[in-house]
Ligand binder design. Structure first.
Ligand SMILES: Nc1ncnc2c1ncn2[C@@H]1O[C@H](COP(=O)(O)OP(=O)(O)OP(=O)(O)O)[C@@H](O)[C@H]1O
Ligand SMILES: [Mg+2]
Length: 423
């Protein structure tokens, strides 16, 4: 096996998406010139050590992460050492903020205007935009520029090389609980790997599923996982809102288990096989046997009856999603509506229910823009992990500041700083 994260003009990107129900690892080769991404390996493992983004059983999660990585390494025929990790949970917060600087006179300019904006100016204005006070246990996860304003000109995407006296940056900041990130990074370090950065799971799935046009004209990407639902709203090419609802598709499984008095495994099977998000699309005549324990009476139920409960739960979740989208404060409508992704988006007839409930056009988000072994990753459930391997390209293109993903080292440094302040 080769052991590398970089070969000539090619880089190896590795993503690990740690979910409530599954851990997925993707290894991809990125051509740094053409920006083409080829998926070399995909691995996965059931997940039982994490709940809604936070670790509940450390040893278990380390074993499960190792299984997913080994799977992907075997398929790719190489060992990896650097990874990007997804992060979610209701500790994630998004906030819109801005910063402004006066542009210094540039004495060397040959042009009539001597106030050219440099990369350093952009870096400085982003530093100012993120300089807002947070509680001590929070850290910045992403600084996502929405637009720049030069004097009175608004809507500028890249101000470098333009002239003006005042530069303003409007950004969307995503913050996370430091301890959640530290604990996740600790599990990866335990396996001898380095965490290059964290990416908000909602943003990772966006990178894999929507294109620039959609981001420009407005789209809300909703990743429905097992335990969390991540929302990222784009307009004018920038992120306007991010949010996490601590409810996912496993709540449907729980409802079915309680309603039919059966175990969660059987309830999950029934959900996948018979449930529809629109009960009107499920037949009242099609009955199926409910799994029963030995000695219990045989029971059956119609697909329509089960789907009535599923629909009620999904309408509730869609209403919470609508509330999050409204927080983006976009007065123009979202032209591209809703993109549903994550495993939960695979529920039968969910797009129909979403269109009806939210009055927004809706499609399912399947990972795209990647070649190679994409066949096995062409499901909505893989959007997070595919987005992670595309993230370093997205980051290079869009960011001007220091890396937004915290490394384990910086998190540990920050923690030791607090300890010094406390004692
Ligand atoms: N065909 C399907 N119909 C209905 N639900 C489905 C289907 N396929 C997968 N799911 C559900 O999707 C969920 C898993 O999605 P996913 O793999 O995106 O979650 P996760 O990443 O493990 O969780 P999270 O992101 O919340 O931590 C499970 O609840 C599963 O039952
Ligand atoms: Mg997930």
């Amino acid at each position: 096996m080769k052991s590398l994260n970089r070969i000539q003009d090619k880089t190896i990107n590795v993503g690990i998406d740690i979910g409530t129900s599954r851990i997925r690892c993707a290894i991809a080769e990125v051509n740094t010139d053409s920006k083409e991404i080829k998926l070399l390996g995909i691995g996965s493992s059931p997940s039982s050590g994490i709940k809604q983004g936070s670790i509940i059983h450390r040893d278990q999660i380390i074993d499960e992460i190792e299984t997913a990585i080994t799977d992907a390494e075997t398929m790719a025929g190489m060992k990896v050492n650097h990874v990007h990790l997804s992060i979610s949970g209701d500790h994630i917060r998004g906030i819109n903020t801005q910063g402004a600087i006066a542009i210094q006179k540039n004495g060397h300019s040959q042009m009539s205007s001597e106030y050219d904006i440099s990369r350093e100016d952009v870096r400085q204005v982003l530093e100012l935009a993120k300089a807002i006070s947070f509680p001590v246990d929070r850290d910045i996860l992403h600084i996502l520029p929405q637009e720049y304003v030069i004097d009175t000109m608004t809507g500028i995407k890249d101000p470098v090389g333009m002239s003006g006296r005042r530069l303003e940056a409007r950004v969307h900041l995503v913050t996370m609980a430091t301890s959640t990130a530290t604990n996740l990074a600790g599990c990866i370090e335990e396996l001898g790997l380095t965490v290059e950065g964290f990416v908000f799971q909602g943003l990772a799935s966006t990178i894999a599923t929507v294109d620039e046009d959609e981001k420009e004209l407005g789209v809300a990407v909703v990743n429905i996982g097992a335990g969390t639902t991540d929302i990222t709203v784009f307009h004018d090419g920038g992120v306007r809102h991010t949010g996490v609802i601590p409810i996912g598709a496993s709540s449907i499984t729980n409802d079915i288990a309680v309603m039919l008095q059966i175990g969660k495994e059987d309830a999950e099977m029934i959900k996948l096989k018979y449930a529809s998000a629109k009960s009107s699309m499920a037949s009242p005549e099609l009955n199926f046997d409910i799994p029963v324990k030995e000695g219990e009476l045989k029971r059956d139920i119609s697909e329509h009856e089960v789907s009535r409960y599923v629909e009620a739960r999904m309408v509730e979740l869609l209403q919470l999603i609508a509330r999050e989208i409204s927080r983006a404060d976009i007065h123009e409508s979202l032209t591209y509506g809703l993109v549903l992704t994550g495993g939960g988006a695979q529920l039968k007839n969910l797009t129909g229910l979403a269109e009806e409930t939210l009055k927004l056009r809706t499609r399912i988000g399947i990972p795209k823009g990647v070649s190679g072994a994409i066949d096995i990753a062409s499901t909505a459930a893989h959007s997070g992990v595919v987005g992670l391997v595309r993230w370093p390209l997205y980051y290079d293109e869009k960011q001007f500041s220091e890396p937004t993903g915290l490394t384990f080292k910086t998190v540990v440094n920050k923690l030791s700083q607090w300890f010094k302040e406390f004692f």
